[in-house]
Design a protein around this ligand. Structure first.
Ligand SMILES: NC(=O)c1ccc[n+]([C@@H]2O[C@H](COP(=O)([O-])OP(=O)(O)OC[C@H]3O[C@@H](n4cnc5c(N)ncnc54)[C@H](OP(=O)(O)O)[C@@H]3O)[C@@H](O)[C@H]2O)c1
Length: 300
């Protein structure tokens, strides 16, 4: 069984780390804010004070951080512990433009670079049911098989060149869909409320019909109950809207809905919802000086 260095124990990294440990893999965990990595100690992780200490002796290095610059910073800090031939599964959502510097870093240090973002949020991560979208050389796959099996229900291999970014491309398309859905769910509930009705009535109309889906139920429940415990924080979702827009501009395709939801995320950020679940984009649906629904949920 490979020893895994896990760099980043946020919402996704911590859940993935626990599943790696449950599957019998050794995990050397590092997080910038150490307390979050310490929480994995009781599950059997070796918590380290630096990324280099985590990477030292590991067969596989996983990065699960916010974005490309964060990943590069952590990997630069890991340099004294890295050795040529280590497999690096880059599982954060970093977008296409970040791939070149990351793959360049891997080449410079003799690492085998695997572009491996995941589809699925907190709950599938906790249940080991993520979908791993992966691209990287055949000779990395044996070491990665027990790792991906521990965190996911399925791995889709999308070619043998991590730097080409097929896995990241598909991830951007998938998260584009999730973001647009989140936006329209919040917008429809805010509209129902602003038109003077109980937003739960919207739920009654769509539940059990052809417009229903698990995602709608989860995000609608968050909004109606006011529980914005993050599965995917507004801050990270907003980052993804920019990565999608960036990739779309290069590819020559319009992503009007995601750009619109990006605006909603930025307004939610300004309202102080950055660390809340992205369902909190709902709060961005109300104009600052529009009429307030009596007893409304707009948070104004
Ligand atoms: N949550 C989801 O539903 C979901 C689903 C699929 C993919 N993703 C992607 O997976 C990645 C992680 O998401 P998450 O939800 O786990 O995010 P998160 O809870 O916000 O965790 C982010 C992690 O990145 C670290 N970090 C940020 N900037 C850093 C820097 N400059 N240097 C070192 N560490 C840094 C944070 O450290 P601190 O603890 O010190 O802040 C934290 O460990 C993101 O790319 C996200 O887009 C998320």
């Amino acid at each position: 069984m490979p020893t895994v260095a896990l760099l980043g124990t946020g919402i996704m990294g911590a859940a993935m780390g626990r599943n790696l440990l449950r599957s019998g893999l050794q995990v050397r965990a590092w997080n910038r804010t150490r307390a979050k990595a310490d929480a994995l100690e009781a599950d059997g992780a070796t918590v380290t004070g630096s990324p280099a200490e985590a990477a030292d002796g590991a067969d596989v290095v996983i990065t699960m951080l916010n974005d490309g610059p964060g990943v590069l910073a952590a990997m630069s800090g890991a340099v004294p512990g890295l050795r040529a031939g280590q497999v690096w599964a880059q599982m954060s959502t970093v977008g296409l433009l970040a791939l070149e510097p990351l793959a360049g870093f891997a080449a410079e240090h003799g690492l085998i670079f695997v572009d491996a973002p995941v589809q699925g949020t907190r709950q599938p991560a906790e249940q080991g049911e993520l979908l791993v979208l992966a691209a990287g050389p055949e000779d990395a796959r044996a070491a990665l098989a027990p790792v991906f099996e521990a965190v996911g229900k399925k791995t889709m291999w999308l070619g043998d060149d991590g730097a080409a970014g097929n896995a990241t491309r598909l991830k951007l398309a998938a998260v584009n869909y999730a973001i647009a859905l989140t936006g329209i769910i919040g917008e429809s509930l805010a509209l129902t409320e602003a038109l003077g009705l109980d937003p739960a009535l919207f739920g009654e109309v769509v539940t059990g019909g052809p417009l229903d889906n698990v995602y709608l139920q989860a995000k609608m429940q968050a909004i109606l109950s006011g529980d914005f415990t993050p599965s995917f924080a507004v801050r990270n979702a907003e980052k993804d809207t920019r990565l999608i827009a960036e990739a779309a501009a290069v590819a020559g395709v319009r992503v009007d809905m995601t750009e619109g939801v990006g605006e909603r995320f930025r307004r939610a950020l300004a309202l102080g919802h950055g660390d809340d679940d992205m369902a909190a984009a709902y709060f961005a649906g109300f104009t600052p000086d529009g009429p307030v629904t009596p007893g409304g949920r707009s948070g104004r």
